[in-house]
Design a binder for this molecule. Structure first.
Ligand SMILES: Nc1nc2c(ncn2[C@@H]2O[C@H](COP(=O)(O)OP(=O)(O)OP(=O)(O)O)[C@@H](O)[C@H]2O)c(=O)[nH]1
Ligand SMILES: [Mg+2]
Length: 250
């Protein structure tokens, strides 16, 4: 009975299995430099593998119209690319399954509309975002200028310091000398926004899997740390400045 149930859920695809902490894009705008999951998180995962319920984190993707938000998500979730523009109306979402350090984990990725007329619909979905991805087009510097406003709007709907922030430049395949200068500005913006910077191409797929693996690993680890804090007894310092709670024995 148990084995037949197991076969009802298709296995997580190989490129969604994460056991080592995925690397950042550039050390100049990076949220964390470490290369391994926290030892306590790894231990907790090993001890509870096969027994924990499904974990899920909410990701919202925001930015101007036409910057390539839907294309980025479609490349990652469906491995396709459409050169024709079809505006997102309101919001849409995809769920992507991972297995991280042996634990099943889902990212719920919300794709929002960049068009002004849909903004009030989309912003209703910002709440509870563990990850905010602000997207701009590397070939259009104005879209970078607008990312701070998009971020501000998304942050307003969330608790302070509760979300990881990413700044993502799209259409890397079209990159030229001007885009390279834009990227220097983007790295400065990312630091001001306390965001991690990435540049990707939905057309060629460059950096897309690497980027979402990084998103998944950071969000997963954060959710594990929060769970450890909730379920265990006394404070212990782990890593560099991250506090988790460990079980009190007396
Ligand atoms: N060359 C190239 N074109 C891209 C890339 N990503 C997106 N595009 C094109 O840019 C246009 C806009 O892409 P979308 O993904 O629909 O943009 P969006 O941000 O979702 O737009 P809204 O839904 O209106 O907010 C489409 O014509 C895409 O084919 C890329 O990496 N490279
Ligand atoms: Mg769209």
């Amino acid at each position: 009975m148990k084995s037949s149930l197991k076969h009802m859920v298709p296995p997580v695809s190989r490129d969604r299995i994460i056991s080592q902490f995925p690397k950042w894009y550039t050390p100049e705008a990076c949220l964390q430099f470490k290369e391994h999951f926290h030892a306590q998180v790894r231990t907790a995962c090993q001890q509870s593998a096969g027994t924990v319920g499904l974990k899920i984190s909410k990701v919202v993707v925001v930015g101007d119209l036409y910057v390539g938000k839907t294309s980025l998500i479609n490349r990652f979730c469906k491995d396709n690319f459409n050169r024709d523009y079809k505006a997102t109306i309101g919001v849409d979402f995809e769920i992507e399954r991972f297995e991280i350090v042996g634990i099943p984990y889902n990212l719920q990725i919300w794709d929002t509309a960049g068009q002004e007329k849909f903004k009030c619909i989309a912003s209703a979905y910002y709440r509870g975002a563990e990850v905010i991805i602000t997207v701009f087009d590397l070939t259009d510097i104005q879209t970078l200028d607008h990312t701070k406003q998009w971020l501000e709007d998304a942050l307003r709907e969330n608790e302070p310091d509760s979300s990881f922030i990413f700044l993502v430049g799209t259409k890397k395949d079209l990159s030229d000398a001007v885009c390279e200068r834009t990227e220097i500005d983007a790295i400065r913006f990312a630091n001001e926004m306390q965001a991690e910077y990435w540049s990707v191409s939905a057309k060629t797929g460059e950096n897309v899997n690497e980027f979402f693996s990084r998103v998944a690993a950071l969000a997963f680890e954060q959710s594990m740390i929060k769970e450890l804090e909730k379920t265990m007894g006394h404070m212990a310092q782990i890593g560099t400045g991250n506090l988790i709670i460990t079980r009190g024995c007396c």
